[in-house]
Design a protein around this ligand. Sequence first.
Ligand code: SME
Length: 151
Amino acid sequence: MNIDYPTLAAVIESLAEGETDEIALMATVACEVHHSDARFDWTGFYRVTAPGMMKIGPYQGGHGCLMIPFEKGVCGAAASTGAVQIVADVDAFPGHIACSSTTRSEIVLPVHGQDGRLIGVFDIDSDQPDAFTREDAEGLGAILTSVFGRI
Ligand code: SME
């Protein structure tokens, strides 16, 4: 069953209404998105905490690696290129960082603030191969823009 992204976006918008704190917004988005689809086994944020470096933010699921430099992993690729990464098979992605041995596929989206600065990346892992679609990239991208594009 496909996610109803407009409904998920409306739920998140109502929960996040008036909130401008990055961590509070990240925690809310991670929770609502994670519980919206059985494909999602790990859902969370990495925040830019220094030039070229990210640290883990709010997430749902098992253990997440604490720090990711821009030159490493799928998260680093999204941060350094500013482009959404849809990885059908993580074993085929050079430099993939395996925080969990069960992950088979992944999607990572860059997260930008109102002034266009890179706040971090939003990462979802699945234990299913080839789990993510362009529709996911568009639906999740719209949610991230509406929530973080105003802070
Ligand atoms: N797999 C990611 C690292 C984060 S974990 O998935 C939580 C990567 O390659 O960047």
